[in-house]
Write a protein that binds this ligand. Structure first.
Ligand SMILES: C[S@@+](CC[C@H](N)C(=O)[O-])C[C@H]1O[C@@H](n2cnc3c(N)ncnc32)[C@H](O)[C@@H]1O
Length: 251
């Protein structure tokens, strides 16, 4: 059994792996833009290694990053001071009272690690307790493509290649799905190669919940957010059949 959730293996490779993904980047501009619009204090839930939050913090606002993985937070800390307060806590149960935030967001599908409706409602209730009056909560999840979600298993396939500490690393992914719970278990294997030969392999796995559009609308209404917009991408385009994401902005 490899690393579960965001332990040392994922933390070690996270930045190098996702630097290769061209689809990431517009999300940084989107959340940074929201922070400029709302002004004031910002909290990211599941901030990880600070891919988004360090950019948001460059604008000088008070930023707090919360994550349940000490290893991911260590990677962020090692990048040096960025004026970000870090909190090791679970987004389902955090309590930063009496602090309130003008913007709370959760980037790159971190919310999808909340597998059950109870987990999601617990998190949303913590968000509401920490939002300033007129505060904004935003997050993104992937838009499920139904043909793919119908596959119970996707066999191990190469999905990324990147360089880490001078070695080439080939990441493969195997995916197991349970349509009844809308959950997928993703098993990544990171194989280090030198001159084309394997020199080591580590694995990590996590569970992600997928969401449908109207489910998200109902969830947010049930959690007490009266004004909710859901876009199909970070450019705030409407949801279309081929949209990559649901980008939720709630007040
Ligand atoms: C896909 S990463 C996203 C990291 C960062 N937001 C980014 O955009 O690069 C998901 C992050 O959510 C964190 N996470 C997962 N479940 C969590 C929970 N229940 N409470 C707090 N953080 C959690 C993980 O440790 C991980 O750092």
């Amino acid at each position: 059994m490899g690393d579960l959730e965001y332990g040392p293996v994922t933390a070690r490779y996270y930045d190098a792996a996702y630097a290769t993904l061209e689809t990431l980047g517009p999300d940084v501009d989107f959340y940074r833009g929201l922070a400029r619009e709302t002004g004031g204090a910002v909290l990211e839930l599941g901030c990880g290694t600070g891919r988004v939050l360090r950019a948001v913090a460059e604008d000088g606002g008070a930023c707090t990053g919360l994550d349940s993985s000490p290893e991911m937070l260590d990677v962020l800390r090692a990048k040096g001071p960025a004026g970000i307060a870090l909190v090791a806590a679970d987004m389902r149960s955090f309590d930063l009272a009496p602090r309130r935030f003008d913007l709370i967001y959760s980037a790159f599908r971190a919310f999808q690690h909340l597998a059950t409706v109870d987990d999601q409602l617990r998190c949303l209730s913590r968000v509401r307790a920490h939002l300033a009056p007129c505060g904004v909560f935003a997050f993104d999840v992937f838009k499920p493509h139904l043909e793919r979600m119908a596959l119970v298993e996707e066999p191990e396939t190469e999905d990324l290649r990147f360089v880490h500490d001078g070695d080439e690393v080939v990441r493969t992914a195997r995916v197991l799905r349970d349509g009844a719970t809308q959950c997928m278990r993703v098993i990544f294997r990171y194989e280090r190669q030198r001159e084309g030969r394997p020199v080591g392999s580590e694995s990590a796995e996590f569970v992600m919940r997928w969401f449908h559009r109207y489910e998200l609308e109902h969830l947010m209404a049930r959690a007490g957010f009266p004004r909710v917009e859901i876009f199909g991408d970070f450019d705030r385009s409407p949801i279309a059949p081929d949209s990559p994401s649901f980008v939720v902005v709630a007040r």
